[in-house]
Design a protein around this ligand. Sequence first.
Ligand SMILES: [Zn+2]
Length: 511
Amino acid sequence: MALIKKVAVYARYSSDNQREESIEAQIRAINDYCDKNNYKVVKIYTDEAKSATTDDRPQFQTMIKDSSNGLFDIVVVHKLDRFSRDRYDSAFYKRELKKNKVRLISVLENLDDSPESIILESVLEGMAEYYSANLSREVMKGMKETAYQCKHTGGIAPLGYDVATDKTYIINEYEAETVRIIFDMAYRQKSYSEIIKVLEESNRKSKLGRPFSKTSLNSILRNEKYCGVYVFNKTGQKIRGKRSVYNKNENEVIRIENGMPAIVSKDIFIAINKKMDTCSQSDRLAKKATEMYLLSGKIKCGLCESSMKGNKRYCGRNKNKYVTYDCSNRRNKQGCTAKSISTKLVEDLVIDYLEEDFFSYVNIDSLADNILEYNKTLKHGVPQTITAHKAKLKQIQGQIDNIVNAIASGMFHISMKDKMDDLEKQKAMYEAKIADLELKLANYKSIDKENIVAFFESRKGLRKKSPDEVKTIIQTFINKISVYEGYIEIHSIVPTMHGGEENRTPVRKPI
Ligand SMILES: [Zn+2]
């Protein structure tokens, strides 16, 4: 099964940067790497530039050209920045390689945007879930340590806060005033409409500069951060666009009292939320009526490329319910003319595709082989990253020791305390990172073909799963669904094997 992969090596050196590895050193590292992975080096390309600013890379261009001749399957570089200097450049040439079915591998970095990587990540998640609750607890311990520093974990900061350069939250005074108005009015039992009216009159807007809605007020009043509780929730983060209180697994929620600068008092927060809980009977009924749009974010209009949005309406004499995806460009004056499509119809087609094609025996087998191969490169890359982190940790410890020694010999300056705090924080961060990577490495080592196949098998049977589970599976394995007149196209994150040979992507289904 395993064919020996043919490799082209690319190395680059610019003489005005003394800190770079020489071309010889780069090639040596790449050769080692290829030996370990049983790759055969068939060609070496090198560019030596006089200055990093001139983009004169004749050999690089030759390599890109050669990639269309089937000379090699993989290009290996020592570090990604050898391949390109900026993201645009990188994306462009990576796409060129991809067109010619050539993969790019970096010896030192993991290329985490590849489909294999995405699948592997979800395999690992699935394994932790199904085979090792213990490991999963350990992973959480690692994440917790990072979270315990109460830092912003990505996305947009909540209204009322900015993110400082060290990623901690700081209060944005103007926005905080808006938050206080909302809580104050809610405490005095004003309705959402009344609050919205006051906010509009004083021209106060949401974080994204939009007017407030009942939903946005609700999520602000429910957000514990405002009374100083830092909340970090693995599960909650994964559910895109929706902060769902019902999807949280309590074990995975990290709550740190006083982990955030508070904007409102705890008493007020608790009083309001108690009141909201008792009123949530109607809430729950409303929730029942909300639709679960399984394809949101993935479904696009084939005519104009705009995303399609879920929409529910009641029509006709009997007020029949119609749930559809509509082109979001359709409501504009000169908008798109694409028709709506029934959510049920298009979701069924996608589920059929996953069941019959994506999770077919042949396809799972070929996916498993690809992932195993990718996993091999990780097993090699991760130890290097761990070594680099350990070196950094040693350096930080050295700096801490220096300060301790200075203090012991009677030198004390007030700035030393801040410096010390900062170093201790960094130390904790690197320790957490190393723990996390070591765990990942153990995970990578424990993966075999059986695990991966079992993972995919457990994803089958979508029609018996909960809508939440189905949505997660669709969002993981489907890149895009394009809706055209008469048919849809389904793009999965990797091409589907069909009949053992043929690669078909996208897959077309008539409607
Ligand atoms: Zn459209």
